[in-house]
Design a protein. Structure first.
Length: 386
């Protein structure tokens, strides 16, 4: 029997996050700081709208585009980030994951290059490879704030690159970009005639300044595909509802793939998303404020025994564990014996070596216990060296 599996998959390892958490799936004594998921329930009024939609019999397909009322609400919502669009520029997707997949497949031809700053979200590199594109990995560092700059883009655009994937606020580092920093990125993108895939799923979860969409900058609206959704800010992860805002030619390509591979996003989730945009801002503010409280506590606590920059957005801390002398994977495995699960930084690319990702989307009580256990573990490493 011949080869039955796509050879391209041989280049792609299993998700570093999922692989690691398979190890703890049966452990009840572990405090998990690994899953990037809100610990809040989906607000009741959103769940109620979904229940009511089912009671009313809304279980059929929607338009491939998604419900017009939702697309209209998203177009209006994004004005707060300085982006002008119409409902015809919006496609409802089955989570941001589908949006990213069909964006990459919609714009790439085999062999075309995509710049990806590292560390990066786990799906960026595999999805480019699955589209037979060429990921161009640009290392960032703690010293440069884990951000990509003008020179980085220009220096990695020979031969020419088709696109850059920019995820901010970032999973895993928690960094985000100011308007001035985005203008620097935009200058390089325009100079090199590139497309920006802007993953803005954590746009509502910034703490010290308001999110700026790179699509709002001069000369960028026709170069940017915005990806966003309802999983993080509205605690709707399992409902799998996202969206893309894109220029018409790119949207047409994305829609064509969406029609064949997904058809439409779940109608009940779309009804919940309409309610979230109409009446969900107070809950978003409440969750953001609580994440901010946890952020300050946990990162300050980490700095008692590790080195960790204060994240600017999302709900992740990315402390350095270099001083322990352990690799990221070894550190994470050994920490399990102290009852705490984190994600090795290498799950997010080679540049993540020497770091771990900790989610503070867990209760304050659990964060306090986890921090105490982590400090005890660090102390044990120090004692072994004596």
């Amino acid at each position: 029997m011949g080869i039955r599996i796509n050879k391209k998959l041989e280049e792609i390892p299993p998700s570093g996050i999922r692989k690691f958490f398979d190890l703890i799936s049966t452990r009840k004594d572990i405090i998990s700081l690994g899953v990037g998921e809100p610990d809040f329930y989906t607000p009741w009024h959103i769940r109620e709208s979904i229940i009511y939609s089912l009671e009313k019999g809304y279980t059929a397909y929607t338009s491939n585009w998604g419900i017009y009322e939702l697309r209209e609400a998203i177009s209006s919502y994004y004005k707060k980030f300085g982006v002008s669009s119409s409902p015809d520029d919006v496609l409802i997707t089955t989570g941001v994951s589908e949006g990213l997949d069909i964006t990459i497949r919609g714009i790439l031809n085999p062999g075309e290059r995509v710049i990806i700053p590292e560390p990066c979200y786990v799906s960026y590199i595999p999805l480019v490879k699955l589209a037979y594109g060429n990921p161009v990995l640009v290392p960032t560092s703690e010293e440069t704030g884990f951000k990509i700059h003008y020179e980085d883009i220009v220096n990695h655009s020979d031969p020419p690159s088709k696109a850059i994937i920019l995820g901010y606020p970032s999973n895993p580092t928690g960094v985000t970009y100011s308007k001035k920093e985005l203008e620097e990125v935009a200058d390089a993108v325009i100079e090199k005639d590139m497309i920006v895939i802007s993953d803005e799923i954590y746009a509502e979860l910034t703490y010290d300044r308001r999110h700026v969409s790179i699509a709002s900058l001069n000369g960028m609206s026709e170069r940017v595909i915005i990806l966003n959704g309802f999983s993080k800010a509205h605690a709707m992860t399992g409902l799998r509802i996202g969206y893309a805002i894109a220029p018409s030619d790119i949207m047409e390509a994305m829609l064509k793939i969406h029609q064949y591979c997904m058809l439409c996003a779940p109608v009940s989730a779309q009804m919940g998303a309409i309610e979230a945009l109409k009446n969900g801002s107070k809950e978003v503010d409440k969750m953001r404020n609580e994440y901010n409280r946890r952020r300050k506590f946990f990162v300050n606590r980490l700095n008692d025994f590790l080195s960790c920059q204060m994240p600017e957005g999302a709900f992740y801390a990315f402390p350095s564990i270099r001083e322990t002398g352990l690799s990221s994977e070894s550190f994470s495995e050994k920490l399990l014996s102290y009852g705490v699960a984190v994600v090795p930084g290498t799950a997010f690319g080679k540049t993540g070596e020497g770091y771990i990702r900790c989610s503070y989307a867990v209760s304050m009580e659990k964060l306090k216990i986890a921090a105490d256990r982590m400090e005890e573990f660090i102390g044990s490493i120090a004692r072994e060296r004596v």
